[in-house]
Ligand binder design. Sequence first.
Ligand code: FPP
Length: 248
Amino acid sequence: MTDLDPAKLPRHLAIIMDGNGRWAQRQGLVRTSGHERGADTIRLITTECAKRGLEQLTLYAFSAENWKRPRAEIQFLMRLLKKFLIRERPTLMENDVRLTAIGRLDDLPGPARAELDRSMQLTAGNGGLNLCLALSYGGRAEIVDAARALAREVAAGRMRPDDIDEESIAQRLYQPGPDPDLLVRTAGEMRVSNFLLWQVSYAEIYVTDACWPEFDLVELHKAFAAYAGRTRKYGGLVDPAPASLQRR
Ligand code: FPP
């Protein structure tokens, strides 16, 4: 589908990439093959979002809860992340994509963290799409971290408790910026799974049965078309977003 109205595309798309394991098992492959194919899907979807002029694509790449998986799978995912970061640099540069990350990044193993820092530095000047990887990310932990930052400012006498409002909390999240307009989840589960809890307040939600390794441009365009057909009311009666939401 090429006739998508650019004015009706989301500015910020967030994706819960689920179903790598199920896809692999269905193909008679080991779960880790699903993660490998999933990394290829990231390249496909990122490039398309960059070409379509989206401002931000946030991907749930490794949740705070994913540390509970078997050690071998965690090791595989961390090595894959490292390889992915190295391998994708030319494509990111070619498409003017800036790579950023949210989450408790200090939890990542040293080699993956070092390549992440390198990719972020290399792409920092790119002005196109912001590809934000959520790594060791938890939505509740993010809100806890923001609350701690505010508490420190109050304790230091730089803020009063009554100064705390939505804006001051939003500014202390891992990466202040526009809230997601569209949240896509693959593999059919109807859950938010601790992803961007603060930021998805007014996001449109789209769930597809397609697993992440089979999520292709046809699937992405279906999600965009569904979004284009939604009326966003932000709790009121008609568009547009309240000024406070537009700013973020
Ligand atoms: C869910 O599949 C997927 C994840 C664990 C996160 C996404 C990971 C990738 C796309 C791998 C590559 C990522 C990077 C950044 C290189 P699942 O294992 O939960 O699937 P299942 O629910 O079918 O078991």
